[in-house]
Every structure is written in C-alpha cells, then in structure tokens.
Design a protein around this ligand. Structure first.
Ligand SMILES: Cc1ncc(COP(=O)(O)O)c(C=O)c1O
Length: 392
C-alpha cells in the first residue's frame, strides 16, 4: 500500500486528534526507517524518545518475541517471573524500593499523584492534597495529569479539571517558598528538563531549594522522568546530574524500547501506601513489555553505554553550536533543544522530512531525541541534512 492509500483509509476511520505529517511509516532498522513509498529517514526523534535502542534491535526483538511465544499476558491476579525480574533490576538501577507498572507516562503520573495524596491522607488526614507543579510543565493527557500540567493551553474544553494543583514558576525560588506556605501542599512535582515545555533544564539552585524546603515539611518530591529517564540524559535518571533522589520517580517512553509501559518508583517510606484494591491496571507490568524493558536495561548497563551517550551528546552540541542559524542549544544529554535565529521550528521539521530526517519540535525549538544507540556517523549524516535546511 502507498502512503496515500493508508492516509485516506486512516482519516476515514481514526479520530483526527493529531496533526500528522502526510506519510505512512512502514518499517525500521537501527536508526533508520522507511515509509510506504520507499523513502528512507534518519531518525532523530525515536518515536518521541521511546525507541531507545532504535528500530527492531536484534537482542531486544529476540527477547520480546520469545516472551510473546511463552506468555503474552495473564493479569495482575497472578505473579510472573519476568515482571519480578524487571522490577528487581529497575529498582536496583534507579535506586528505589518498589515500583508500580502501568502502560504510559500519564498512567505513571496518575499513580504518583495517588501515592502522594494517599500518603498524606493516611498520615495527616483529609485536606492536605495540593500538588505544586511548574509553569510550562507537561505531565500527560488524562484529566488529572492535564490538570497537573502547568500550561494554560491545555486547560480548555474538558471542564471541570481536577482540583488541587498549583503552579510555581520554574527556577523562581521566592514563588516556590510562597506557595509552600500553604498547609494543604503534599507534594512538588517537577521535570528536571522540561521536555514538551521547550527542553529547558531546571537551575541547580532551584532544584536544591525544592528538596531543602520540602524535606522538613514532609512534602514529597515527585520527579517526572518520563522523558528524561532511562539513560536519555547520559545518566540513568536526570536526577543523578543534580545529586537528588525524589521520593517518587515516574518513567515511561524509552523504558521498554518502544513497547507501552509506564513505571512509578517509590522510596521505602512510600512502599506500603498503595494497598490491595487501591490501584491497578489491566495491562500494567505486561510480560512482553517487561521482557522489552529487561533488554533495554541489559544494554544501558553494558560497559561504557551511558558514557557513550554523553560523548554523542557532546558531539551533537559541538556541531550544532557551530551552525550559523543556531542561537542556542538547550537540554541535557541526548535530549536536545535548538533555538533558531530566524527560521521556524515547525518549518524546519517539515523541510527535514523532505530531506529524509525525522526531528521533533517543542514550543519554538527544534527538539532532538535520537535513539540512545545512534552512531556518530549517523549523527553526522543527519546533521548534514539539518544544516542544509538551516543554512540555506
Ligand atoms: C514529562 C512527561 N510526562 C508525561 C508525559 C505523558 O506520557 P504519555 O504520553 O506516555 O502518557 C510525557 C509525554 O510526552 C512527558 O514528556
């Protein structure tokens, strides 16, 4: 089938809640994919940070296929070894006591919100439920995570939103201090690098202040590492760059290498908060996703892998900063935001497609989230295409 036929059928039957580019993707291998018309693309987007090992990585695919042929799913009424193995490895590498598995970032954040509110309810009673989130944050598309998201543009149509979220300006310690005076606050939720909000890294002073001000008041810190986690920034968690360990960390996107999974990791203090019947998810911790997750962890824990991510990130930055159209490069590791001098990010992303390069945007920036396995030669080939557009 050609892209045109697929697009026609698609638009007849799929709710059009996305602005899509007019092409249908057919297959991928490594860091390259191909559309139904045979056009090839270098991928600097990795399915919005999900294909951490690129397309159809052999060991990952073997692990996933073996699991599909053994036990694809039963339910959380029963135990499975693969979920136990993945939970053990994930908690160990991330430095947490326990994990709850869901299927997406929003679901992981829903779990984090529930853990924070129930912890506070169990200990302090009703009313201490407010969660501070940051202006320009993005926490998901469910009603609660939209309510948590600190961007007015998302607070439309779906009224009423969920109560109990207050926003603080990112990096504004005075604003944080003032809002923390409210006795109903139970948690602060942050992204160390705001992804959808424009690939902006939080200042170290601000992050330090969050932890210092919250601890004495028993206010929990929730790190939404859905975009920054699982090696994306060159460390397993972006919090490691700040020397911080949140009470709760949420992960999704690249965690299972392109299979839907979300995880809410909690420290020892919170390990017993959710009791039988208080939370659940039919597909959460699905064996196939866990097998994919184990294959991702195998690679991330292999010798030198994260150092390579850092070196490749440096290579990206060095080359980008030399481009005459680039006004600035933001982000951390292989989470890269490019501020342009005169061109529009959306136009650049579209022109990149024509050249055979997939890039993303975030607000007014071009955003790159390449597979963590990308090779320097592929970075160079992709950047050559990008610079043809930027410097023309
Ligand atoms: C930081 C952050 N939190 C939450 C989400 C929501 O994740 P999902 O789309 O898997 O629900 C995203 C997705 O972009 C994200 O970047």
């Amino acid at each position: 089938m050609s892209s045109e036929n697929t697009i026609k059928k698609f638009n007849e039957h799929v709710i059009q809640s996305y602005g899509r580019y007019p092409l249908a993707m057919k297959q991928g291998s490594g860091r390259r994919c191909e559309d139904e018309d045979g056009k090839q693309y270098i991928d600097f987007g990795s399915g919005i940070g999900t294909n951490s090992l690129g397309y159809c990585d052999e060991k990952w695919a073997d692990a996933v296929c073996a699991q599909v042929r053994t036990l694809q799913h039963n339910s959380n009424y029963y135990y499975t070894q693969v979920q136990a193995d993945f939970a053990e490895r994930l908690c160990a590498i991330a430095g947490y006591d326990k994990v709850f598995f869901g299927n997406s970032g929003a679901e992981a954040n829903e779990c984090a919100i529930k853990v924070a509110r129930k912890y506070s309810f169990d200990k302090y009673g009703k009313g201490r439920h407010t969660i501070i989130t940051l202006v320009n944050s993005f926490h998901g598309r469910t009603i609660a995570t939209l309510s948590a998201t600190g961007q007015d543009v998302f607070h439309n149509y779906f009224f009423p939103f969920v109560e109990g979220f207050v926003n603080v300006e990112a990096n504004n310690i005075d604003d944080l201090k003032a809002k923390l005076e409210d006795k109903t606050v139970c948690a602060v939720m942050l992204e160390y690098v705001q992804g959808e909000g424009g690939v902006n890294k939080l200042d170290k002073d601000f992050v330090d202040a969050v932890y210092e001000l919250c601890a004495p008041k028993d206010i929990l810190v929730i790190a939404d590492e859905i975009q920054t986690g699982v090696g994306r920034t060159g460390k397993f968690l972006a919090g490691d760059h700040y020397g911080k360990k949140a009470d709760i960390t949420t992960l999704a996107k690249g965690i299972a290498g392109g299979i839907p999974m979300g995880a809410c990791l909690v420290n020892e203090k919170l390990a017993g908060v959710l009791t039988a019947g208080t939370h659940g998810s039919t597909f959460g911790g699905n064996p196939i996703a866990c097998a994919g997750g184990l294959a991702v962890l195998d690679r991330i824990e292999s010798k030198g892998f994260l150092d390579d991510v850092c070196a490749k990130a440096e290579h990206f930055r060095t080359r980008l900063e030399k481009c005459s159209e680039v006004a600035g490069v933001s982000g951390l590791g292989l989470m890269i935001g490019i501020t342009l001098k005169s061109k529009k990010a959306a136009d650049v992303a579209k022109a990149a497609l024509d050249k055979g390069l997939l890039v993303l945007t975030a607000k007014e920036k071009v955003r790159l989230l390449p597979p963590l396995t990308i090779e320097v030669s592929e970075i160079d080939a992709g950047l050559d295409l990008l610079f043809e557009i930027l410097e023309e």
